[in-house]
Design a protein around this ligand. Structure first.
Ligand SMILES: C[S@@+](CC[C@H](N)C(=O)[O-])C[C@H]1O[C@@H](n2cnc3c(N)ncnc32)[C@H](O)[C@@H]1O
Length: 265
C-alpha cells in the first residue's frame, strides 16, 4: 500500500536535507527513499522548489504543484484595484477603516484569510491539516520578507494556529472575533468541473474522507460577536441544515450570512 504523502529530498545540500528531515519529523510524513520514483511510493509529494514548500499529486495527468503564495502579482492587483468589492467582504461587512477581528476557522491555502487581512482585518487562521499548516507557515514567512510593503503589512495581520478549530473556538478568548468565517470542504462533484481550481482539486484529493467536525457552525454562532459567514458552492444545501439570515452570490460560490442577534450589525 503506497504512503499517502512523502517528502522528497530534491536538494541534496546539507542544510536543505536537515530542514526537510525536521519537517518530516514534525509532520510525521516519511522521506521518499533516495533515487526512487514517487509514483511507486506515494499519492502526494511535498518538496521545496525555488525555496517554496510545494505539494503535488503523483497521479498520471494530475495538475502541477501548488504552494501558498501571497506575494504574487494577481493578488496584489486585486488588493490595489478594488473595482468590484469582494463578495466575501460584503458578506462579512468588513470596513477598511476598522480592524475587524476575524477567525478563519477553515484556513486551507489562506486565500480568503489574505483577502480579509488585505481589507484591514486582523485574522486568526486555524488549519487542522499539518501539511496545509506547514504550507501556510511557509507562505506567510516568505510574504513577511516580501519587497512589497503592502504584502508585508497584510501578512503581519495574519496569525496562524494549528489544530481543530472546534477546540480553538471552545477555548478562552480575551477578545472574541467579530466575524467567524467557515469554508468547509464540500464533497467533490461526480462531473469534474473546470471551475474547481487546481489547488481546490488537490485539496479535495488530499483531504478526501476527512469529515468536517460536526458542530462547526453551532460553535461559530456561539463565539462570533457580529456574524458568521459560510462559503458554499452555489447550489449546495445550507451547512448543518441551518438557514442563514441572508445569502450573497459570488462568482462561483454563495456566502450564507448568519447575523448574531443583539449585535450592532
Ligand atoms: C475548502 S478549504 C478552505 C479554503 C480557504 N478558504 C482558502 O481560501 O484557501 C477547507 C480547509 O478547512 C480545513 N478544515 C476543515 N475542518 C476543520 C476544522 N474543524 N478545524 C480546522 N481546519 C479545518 C481543511 O483541512 C481544509 O484545509
Amino acid at each position: 500500500m503506497p504512503e499517502q504523502c512523502l517528502i522528497a529530498l530534491a536538494d541534496r545540500d546539507a542544510s536543505a536535507v536537515q530542514s526537510l528531515e525536521a519537517l518530516s519529523a514534525s509532520l510525521s510524513v516519511p522521506l521518499l527513499p533516495a533515487q526512487q520514483s514517487p509514483q511507486n511510493f506515494c499519492q502526494f509529494l511535498l518538496f521545496y522548489e525555488n525555496a517554496r514548500l510545494c505539494l503535488r499529486s503523483t497521479a498520471e495527468g494530475a495538475p502541477g504543484a501548488v504552494c501558498v503564495d501571497f506575494d504574487n502579482n494577481s493578488l496584489q492587483y486585486r488588493q490595489r484595484h478594488h473595482t468590484q468589492p469582494e463578495a466575501l467582504l460584503k458578506a462579512a461587512a468588513v470596513k477598511q477603516s476598522y480592524m475587524t477581528r476575524v477567525l478563519d476557522a477553515t484556513a486551507g491555502f489562506g486565500l480568503d484569510a489574505y483577502l480579509f487581512a488585505a481589507a484591514g482585518s486582523v485574522v486568526t487562521l486555524c488549519e487542522r491539516s499539518k501539511i496545509l499548516h506547514a504550507m501556510l507557515e511557509d507562505g506567510i514567512r516568505r510574504a513577511s520578507n516580501s519587497e512589497e510593503a503592502l504584502v508585508r503589512q497584510t501578512v503581519a495581520r495574519m496569525h496562524l494556529h494549528s489544530g481543530d478549530s472546534l477546540t480553538l473556538m471552545q477555548g478562552h478568548w480575551q477578545e472574541r472575533p467579530e466575524i467567524v468565517y467557515l469554508d468547509p470542504m464540500f464533497p467533490e462533484r461526480k462531473k469534474k468541473s473546470a471551475k474547481v481550481k487546481k489547488n481546490m482539486f488537490l485539496l479535495q484529493q488530499l483531504l478526501h474522507g476527512e469529515e468536517d467536525a460536526p458542530g462547526l457552525l453551532v460553535q461559530a454562532l456561539e463565539l462570533a460577536v457580529k456574524r458568521v459567514v459560510v462559503k458554499r458552492p452555489r447550489h449546495a444545501p445550507f451547512l448543518e441544515g441551518r438557514a442563514p439570515g441572508f445569502s450573497l452570490e459570488g462568482k462561483s460560490s454563495r456566502f450564507d450570512v448568519y447575523p448574531i442577534a443583539n449585535s450592532a450589525s
